[in-house]
Structures are given as structure tokens and as C-alpha cells.
Design a protein around this ligand. Structure first.
Ligand code: HEC
Ligand code: HEC
Length: 414
């Protein structure tokens, strides 16, 4: 569901310890050995559960299949229709413009033929940290960030946009390993072949400069777009990390906190979205233009006029801050508790159905960063278009899964 028109520059240590203890206790008594086996299984299970949580809250299934619902058919097994493919290049805005590359989110279930079954967890780690295609990158620890330095390939074969590895790479090692563990060991293999993505002769290398994808590691807080000194410093820093590692800027503006227009909202038609059948056929109807808003704390054009609770409600429930009072929402069902009977939801492709899976503390940290850690920028973004029901019929549990997520394992998991 994410953007056909998305801007190109965008989008074991503990196990070893447990094993050592297991080996040691196995020498003593069989009962403790059995307990230790259980602990190894437990530790692998908690790694898989962490990986699942991260896959849920990073919107992987909005591109790779399953729409935020691990119980849905096609969970993570890749695109099935042209509407889920991406057009990268000038053709994203003008269909007749060239060059035009069709890219396709792959099958990331552990099927050996059509999925990631034949790759090691390290190869998946390398895809998420460095953007290196697992198919063309050996199973080795990468020793540098710069092409040609250490064993980083001199001519890297990068994953096609809009795979947001530039954001995922900011997660710490243990989180990327957990995602790899979940994909390899927590999901059932599903046989579904996705054709290769098109690519330019340089395998995207010229689009992967720091100017396009930001710096790694992130530049220290605060940059000239940011401000320290307001709000709780640790909470603001946590929020900043979450904003960077969830790729908010891919839609809301900027490659990283040093960029002009960091989180200031769309500034050109190339950053808008066409939602509806027109995303594939420009003449088809209905067609809604939607626009990522200005998230800086400007009082007139940004989120300055909303409370942190209103921003939280937008991220957890998808409720438009403009039309949702500053109250704690007491239910997740329209008409129950104080959840509006006729909710006014944020327009797609705002991925709140994924963001809502973050913890309360994380969502509040994001709100704190937006309100206190970013400098206000005046940039009025026109309202998004939408259907009369404010997207209610697009946000049923069938479309976006349930909150909280269904219990692990579903029929697609193991
Ligand atoms: C905005 C869309 C989008 C999102 C969100 C997304 N991906 Fe991808 N991903 C892609 C595309 C497109 C490709 C294909 C790249 C190519 O063909 O070179 C891809 C490829 C991959 C690959 C390489 C598979 C292979 O066989 O080469 C892995 C692994 C992967 N994604 C994991 C993830 C994970 C994990 C997440 C969530 C943390 C995620 N992706 C979120 C678009 C996305
Ligand atoms: C794939 C594109 C996309 C991504 C990624 C994205 N957003 Fe959005 N966001 C949108 C769009 C489009 C809107 C406008 C919705 C509307 O007009 O109803 C929006 C609206 C919002 C709003 C409501 C602002 C207002 O003034 O009403 C907030 C808050 C927000 N986004 C926060 C975030 C945060 C935080 C992240 C990262 C965790 C994020 N967004 C990532 C597309 C995106």
C-alpha cells in the first residue's frame, strides 16, 4: 500500500551463555539438563517474539503482504497484484516518463525456492543493516560501511527502493537478528514466486548516497533542525530514534535530521500520493490525493496546536488530531467507550495500523520528540482528499488486522 509515487531517495550472546550453562549442567544431572533445554528454547522463543513485534511495528507486511495481520492469507509472502508493485523513477509522477523501474516486495517467508529459506540469518541481517541483496552477498560479517573498504563490496548490489533498509539499519544488532530469526524460524514457508525487480546498471548505488538516504549512524542530536532543552531529554532522544528507525521522514520530509525540510511535510506533487484505482491507471476513479502533513511543532501549519495526547491518539488509533479532542481513548471500537461513533481516520498511506503496535511509552516518546525536539517550520500542507466516510470502510480488522495483534503463533507461524 505504500506509495507508488514515493520519492526515490526514500523509503547471540545470551543464547551462547545459555548453551554454555546447558553444557555445564548436562555434566551434573539429567534433570537440570532438561531444564536447560527448556531455557534454550525459551530464549529462542523470546528472540522470535521480539522479531515478530518489530515486524508488526515496522510495517513490513504493508509491502510484503498480509496488511498488518499475521493471521491473514499471504502473510509476508510477497506481492500478488500490480497494485502492490512500485514504479520508481520519473514515471511515478508521469506514467510516460522514463526511466521507469518496476520493483516488487519479495516473498520473505522461509520457502527454499521462492522465499528467504536459502539465505542465512546473517544474510538477512546484512540486507537490513547494509541494504545488500542476500542473493548476491555472501554469508559473511561485513566489516565496513563504505563500498570497497574492508569487505564491503566495491560494486554493491543494493535492494531496490522503496525497501526502507536505510531506516531499518538504525535498529540495534539484537533487533535486526531478532527480525531475521522470526523470518527464518517463526514464519511458515509459503511457496509464492515474485518476479525480480527491475534495476539500473549500477544496482541503485548512485541513489544510496548519504544525501539520499541519510547518515549512518545518525548525526548527533540536536542538528540545526532540532532543539534540545525542552521536554525530558531521554524521552525526546528515544522519540528521535523511533522516528528515524520507522522511516517517518520517507513521507513527511527529509533524508535525516540534517536535511532541509526534516519532517516539514510535502513540498512538491512528487511527494503526494494517489489512493484508489488511479494509483495503477491514472484515468480510473475514484482518485484521492493525500499529503503527508507537517509534523514540526509550528502552531499554524504543523502539530504545534495539538497536545502530545492527540499525537498519541493519531499513532495508536489513526484518529485525525484536528478532530479528536485531547482525551484518553477508552476503547478501540467505534461507538464503544469514548471512541468516536463516526471516526475521522488519517488518510492512507499513513501507516498507523503498524505504528499502533508500538508500546505506549514509545508512542509518547515520538510525540515528545515532535513537540519538543524539532524546531517549528512553517509549511502549510493542503488537506488530503478522501471518501465521505473518512476511510472507515478501509480500516476494518479484515483490512488492517486487529489490535492487539493476534496471539503467536497464527496458522502462518510456527
Ligand atoms: C515500502 C515497502 C517496503 C517495506 C515497508 C518493507 N520492504 Fe522489504 N522489500 C521491499 C522491496 C521493494 C524489496 C525488493 C528489493 C529488490 O527486489 O531488490 C524488498 C526486499 C526485502 C528483502 C530481501 C529479500 C530477497 O529475497 O532478496 C528482505 C529480507 C526484506 N525486504 C525485509 C523487510 C523487512 C524485515 C521489513 C520490515 C522491517 C521490510 N522488508 C519492509 C519493500 C519494502
Ligand atoms: C507512507 C507514508 C507515511 C509514513 C511512512 C508516515 N506517515 Fe504520517 N502521514 C502520512 C499521510 C499521507 C498523512 C496525512 C493523513 C491525512 O491527511 O489524513 C500523515 C499524517 C500524520 C499525522 C497527523 C498530522 C496532522 O496534522 O493531522 C501524524 C501525527 C503522523 N502522520 C505521524 C507520523 C509518524 C510519527 C510517522 C513515523 C512513525 C509517520 N507519520 C510515517 C503518511 C505517512
Amino acid at each position: 500500500m505504500i506509495p507508488p509515487s514515493r520519492n526515490l531517495s526514500r523509503w547471540l550472546a545470551s543464547i551462547c551463555t545459555v548453551l554454555a550453562i546447558a553444557a555445564f549442567t548436562a555434566l551434573t544431572t539429567t534433570t537440570t539438563a532438561a531444564t536447560s533445554d527448556a531455557r534454550v528454547a525459551q530464549s529462542s522463543r523470546s528472540q522470535i517474539l521480539l522479531g515478530r513485534q518489530l515486524v508488526m511495528e515496522h510495517a513490513c507486511s504493508e509491502c510484503h503482504g498480509g496488511n498488518d495481520n499475521p493471521a491473514a492469507a499471504g502473510w509476508l509472502d510477497g506481492v500478488r497484484s500490480p497494485i502492490q508493485e512500485f514504479k520508481i523513477g520519473p514515471c511515478a509522477v508521469d506514467p510516460s516518463a522514463q526511466p521507469c523501474f518496476t520493483t516488487r516486495p519479495k516473498n520473505i517467508t522461509p520457502d527454499n525456492e521462492t522465499g528467504i529459506g536459502k539465505y542465512t540469518e546473517r544474510q538477512i541481517f546484512n540486507a537490513l543493516r547494509y541494504g545488500l541483496r542476500p542473493e548476491e552477498t555472501p554469508d559473511v560479517a561485513i566489516t565496513s560501511m563504505t563500498p570497497g573498504k574492508g569487505n564491503f563490496p566495491a560494486n554493491p548490489k543494493y535492494l531496490a527502493p522503496p525497501m526502507p533498509w536505510n531506516a531499518w539499519r538504525h535498529m540495534p544488532d539484537n533487533q535486526l537478528w531478532a527480525i531475521a530469526a522470526y523470518l527464518k524460524r517463526g514464519v511458515k514457508p509459503s511457496s509464492h514466486k515474485v518476479p525480480d525487480s527491475d534495476r539500473p546498471p549500477d544496482a541503485w548505488a548512485s541513489f544510496m548516497t548519504p544525501k539520499d538516504i541519510g547518515n549512518y549512524p545518525a548525526v548527533a542530536f540536536p542538528t540545526s533542525n532540532e532543539r534540545a532543552g525542552e521536554g525530558v531529554h531521554a524521552q525526546v532522544q528515544r522519540g528521535r530514534y523511533l522516528v528515524i528507525s520507522h522511516d517517518c521522514a520517507a513521507c513527511h520530509g527529509g533524508a535525516d535530521p540534517t536535511s532541509n525540510g526534516w519532517l516539514a511535510g510535502v513540498m512538491s506533487p512528487a511527494q503526494e500520493f494517489k489512493i484508489g484505482p488511479c494509483a495503477v491507471d491514472p484515468k480510473a476513479q475514484p482518485c484521492f490525493t493525500t499529503r503527508p502533513k507537517n509534523l514540526t511543532p509550528d502552531n499554524t501549519s504543523g502539530i504545534g496546536r495539538f497536545s502530545e495526547r492527540q499525537i498519541f491518539n493519531a499513532l495508536r488509533y489513526g484518529l485525525r488530531p484536528e478532530e479528536t479532542p485531547d482525551v484518553k481513548i477508552t476503547s478501540t471500537t467505534p461507538g464503544k467507550g469514548n471512541f468516536p461513533v463516526n471516526p475521522h481516520y488519517l488518510a492512507p498511506p499513513m501507516p498507523w495500523p503498524s505504528w499502533r503496535h508500538m508500546s505506549d511509552a514509545d508512542l509518547m516518546a515520538i510525540a515528545a520528540y515532535l513537540k519538543h525536539g524539532v524546531k517549528p517550520v512553517s509549511n502549510k500542507v493542503a488537506d488530503s482528499e478522501g471518501p465521505p466516510d473518512f476511510w472507515v470502510s478501509s480500516y476494518t480488522p479484515k483490512d488492517i488486522g486487529t489490535y492487539p495483534a493476534p496471539k503467536y503463533p497464527t496458522a502462518n507461524e510456527r
